[in-house]
Design a protein around this ligand. Sequence first.
Ligand code: ADP
Ligand code: MG
Length: 459
Amino acid sequence: MVAAAAERVVAELREACAAPAARLNEVAAAMEAEMRAGLREEGGSKIKMIISYVDNLPTGNEEGFFYALDLGGTNFRVLRVQLAGKETRVAKRESKEVSIPPHLMSGNASELFGFIASALAAFVADEGRNQLFQGKQRELGFTFSFPVRQTSIASGTLIKWTKAFSIDDAVGEDVGAELQTAMEKHGVDMRVSALINDTVGTLAAGRYNDEDVVIGVILGTGSNAAYVEEASAIPKFEGELPKSGNMVINTEWGNFSSSCLPITEYDQALDDESLNPGEQIFEKLISGMYLGEIVRRVLLKIASQSTLFGKVNHTKLKTRFILRTPDISAMHHDETPDLKIVAEKLAENLKIKDTSLETRKMVVEICDIVTSRSARLAAAGIVGILRKIGRAVPGDERRSVIAIDGGLFEHYAEFRQCLESTLVELLGEEASRSVAVKLTKDGSGLGAALIAAAHSQCQ
Ligand code: ADP
Ligand code: MG
């Protein structure tokens, strides 16, 4: 018998995480309302609805060599692609990954950009004697996955660092210009043609392969979404409307919050103890950085209220972020009859040994509750965007494709399946037939090169 106290904790969790269709429809409606408020005026909503200045997405006709640079994690990547039009598409792709020395992540901006520019210089040097550019200006798409206030397609000021970066003198500076200056200092003859976010890159890479892609979503360490908006539907947009009539909006939906979100005591505590309390509430409910941590908090509560895990030393169980989302994914997908993988993960990560089969089943259920809530909320966010742009609603016959990138979506099958089935549940069988979700992996590299190409002055 599983101890009654533990069962109660799980029952309360199930109740507090419940996200039935009616509630998800409220979440979608709240997301749509916040999107409208954010488009109306600067600071009109918790979600920033950043104008990306990307008004042209790739068509497949792009030709020539383009560079891309992807900065957003511990590694950065440089990429050179040869685009060869509709038939051949990407004729050649070369890339190099470089890890960033930790001291540069908290040093000063000119050191970081200098390091990046010198790596880029080395990469450009092995174009060799092929004369790829024959006097033509090299162009680069720069994926910079931190919040940026865009000022044009190729410039924008850094709002704040996130993840492991904290370089004070870069905040408020134009990151496109910083890179451009560093490249000039290092003798790299190249122009920053586009400064984008990974979500926008995912949208572009998706569109390149499928012209019906209208939304790009990141479900990885963090979460965000970008989509194609009608430029005339953005009241805060100043200046001449783009010829295409379209504008890609980077929603920054991670900062969405609403009283209709199913938030538990565990989420509350996680947020209170986080680096950014009160911020990124939606992201904290759905993204890969947090799911394992939520499960750990539930297990700790069970350990403190029952003897289910036996006499264990709780030091590990009290260590924040010790249980990672890939661990809960492995437990959730355990198909061995005696849940051997669950037993191993509990022992390895949390020093919880000698669990009964019933206890392991309960742990799997906790993973399922937390992950289902996450996937269902992500689906509700997507539905909010679809409704905002009049897609997959009665009378709309168009096909709508959502390009999704990120380790959570890519590797966590239960999450992915739940997200897809929830979309059908919310949109209805009929409408969801014209909606498709596609894993789109190279947004931050190829996507940036494609946007540079689509906005090239040389085309
Ligand atoms: P990032 O979001 O940092 O650019 P990724 O898109 O590669 O990086 O996503 C990495 C995140 O994906 C990890 O932080 C983790 O939360 C999640 N993830 C990676 N592997 C798995 C897995 N096997 N199961 C579930 N989640 C995973
Ligand atoms: Mg990424």
